[in-house]
Design a binder for this molecule. Sequence first.
Ligand SMILES: [Zn+2]
Length: 149
Amino acid sequence: MTPTPCLICSLEDAEPAARVFSDDYWAAEVAPGYEVPGWFFLRTRRHTEALAGLNEAEALLFGEHARQLARAVAECTAAPATYLMHFGESYRHFHALVVARGHEVPSEQRGGAVIQLLASNRDRPAALQVASRVREALAARNVSDATCQ
Ligand SMILES: [Zn+2]
């Protein structure tokens, strides 16, 4: 029996335009099928399952990466809220979804219900434009405390 390929592992081969950062343990990209502007998968680079599966180094870095990515997404989208969501049921490989929730999102689609926007708000070119700005903001932060302009 052939094992089912892991979508999250396959992000190692994501095109550079979709990636906003990577280090030895973590990376973040616009994921295929989730190309909503301001939405990113923050994922471990090795296949590990669920939050409990993180090793010490991954666990120590997770908070800082989540904070930096959420900050950059908030600055680059001007969204009033930035969500960090982890479910782990569709794809067991640990990943968290960082989501810019815009002003235009109605109250009944806020919080976890924001996932409903996936069907109507996918726009790969716009998602990659936001990714470009977020990538620049994260890169600038590594050498100074510059913010997205
Ligand atoms: Zn995987």
